[in-house]
Design a protein around this ligand. Structure first.
Ligand SMILES: Cc1cc2nc3c(=O)[nH]c(=O)nc-3n(C[C@H](O)[C@H](O)[C@H](O)COP(=O)(O)OP(=O)(O)OC[C@H]3O[C@@H](n4cnc5c(N)ncnc54)[C@H](O)[C@@H]3O)c2cc1C
Length: 390
């Protein structure tokens, strides 16, 4: 497989890098301290991202996105991972499920998202249903008198920036004995929809992850996204894409951690010598370089296979493999780099400390490491070892 970048791909990577180093990294320390940024700063970040053509990257051009290939998305996310605070969330964009939006839904949800005027969340997880998302308790029932759908359920970890104003609601439509999975687009100001709790988490991220309760929320049939029975397939598409993005951001985080650690360790003198000349310091960094390179290659390979039209089942396994390895490796790498920085590694104003807290979630969300191992183990048996490893 030839993973050489074309000039256009290298240009895209460089545009993303410039956005991260010029606009996101300078805001990291302030964001960590205040847990927020001024509205005018956020508006600037959105405008600058649009000017740099970094918005809506994973959506096709026909619906107003950039039409990037999977590999191109990975090249960008490798750069986004070099900012702490999850600040990339301020770049206008939308979940890939919105590619199935009707013209009316595009005008109401997708187009404003791409202009940076609206934000959506994707609500799957519930208090009782996490890793096993097949058994969601949230329901929709059609009211024959009005043709509306009545939604009930409780959703946790509903991720989005604080101005998020609609969710993609994954539930089961009850129709006699049948339970069919649809996605609904639901505005946060719909009567009966209540944000019940907005907890703080280990990381300080641009996104919040609140909990919602929906009690007899009524929506029109036009709120169904992509057709009844399609939700599982659309959510799986989202998982595969996001697992690759996570792998790429983790490999980017490792690149930055290593750059910071090498710069520090080659300048820091103890016992009359550069600490880099102590193998106790440089060898963990060499191990981290091996981790970072392997994570990058796994992620790019999975994306390139997707672009080449490989079997979706194999791509699914490869995306799990990339996410599993990259997220576990990035956490190891952050821990080693904190150690190399000594006491400074424990200070929130230094990126290594923030990465150690922030990278932890990559082993949990979009399927925990154990769930990725389940996907890989099943693929080893069903698709064959060569398809997964080769
Ligand atoms: C910050 C954050 C943001 C999130 N954002 C979103 C979001 O936007 N939308 C959304 O829908 N969800 C979101 N999630 C939810 C996330 O996807 C779930 O937390 C995750 O899938 C795990 O589910 P759970 O927390 O219910 O854990 P559980 O499923 O209860 O798992 C608990 C433990 O058991 C293990 N386990 C479970 N089943 C198995 C098995 N078969 N074999 C081995 N081990 C197993 C798990 O690996 C885990 O270690 C977010 C979570 C966090 C922390």
């Amino acid at each position: 497989m030839d993973l050489t970048l074309t000039p256009a791909q290298a240009n895209l990577r460089d545009r993303a890098r410039a956005y991260v180093t010029d606009h996101l990294q300078p805001l990291e320390a302030e964001f960590e301290r205040r847990h927020t940024l001024d509205p005018s700063t956020i508006a600037d970040l959105k405008r600058l991202a649009i000017e740099a053509r970094l918005h809506g990257g994973s959506l096709p051009r026909e619906v107003g996105g950039q039409g990037w290939t999977s590999l191109e998305q990975i090249l960008v996310h490798e750069q986004l991972g070099q900012a702490t605070g999850g600040l990339w969330s301020f770049i206008p964009g939308a979940y890939n499920a919105l590619v199935h939006a009707s013209p009316e839904q595009r005008g109401r949800y997708l187009d404003p998202c791409l202009r940076g005027e609206r934000n959506g969340s994707y609500a799957i997880t519930e208090p009782g249903q996490g890793s096993d998302a097949r058994t969601l308790a949230a329901t929709a029932v059609r009211d024959p008198a009005t043709g509306e759908y009545v939604l009930n359920g409780e959703k946790w970890f509903v991720t989005g920036p604080s101005d998020t104003d609609f969710m993609i609601f994954h539930c089961h439509l009850l129709d006699g004995e049948q339970r069919l999975p649809p996605l609904f687009l639901v505005d946060y100001d719909a009567p009966g929809l209540v944000m019940s709790h907005d907890p703080d988490y280990t990381h300080t991220f641009a996104d919040r992850h609140p909990q919602f309760v929906l009690t007899d929320v009524r929506v029109a049939a036009e709120a169904i996204l992509g057709g009844i029975g399609q939700a599982d397939a659309m959510t799986n598409e989202w998982f595969v894409e996001e697992r690759l993005h996570i792998g790429a951001r983790c490999s980017g985080a490792m690149e930055r951690l290593l750059a910071l650690a090498v710069e520090w360790a080659t300048g820091r003198i103890q016992f009359g010598e550069r600490i880099y000349d102590f193998q106790g310091v440089s060898f963990p960094l060499a191990d981290s370089a091996a981790d970072a390179s392997a994570a990058r290659l796994l992620t790019r390979e999975a994306a390139a296979l997707m672009d080449a039209g490989a079997s979706p089942k194999v791509v699914h396994a490869k995306a799990s493999l990339a996410k599993l390895f990259a997220s576990e490796a990035a956490y190891r790498c952050a821990d080693r780099v904190v150690q190399v920085f000594g006491g400074r590694g424990y200070m929130r104003e230094f990126p290594a400390e923030r990465y150690l807290r922030e990278l932890r979630v990559d082993r949990l969300w979009e399927g925990t490491s154990e769930i990725q191992r389940m996907v890989i183990a099943r693929a080893l048996e069903k698709r064959g070892v060569r398809a997964v490893v080769g």
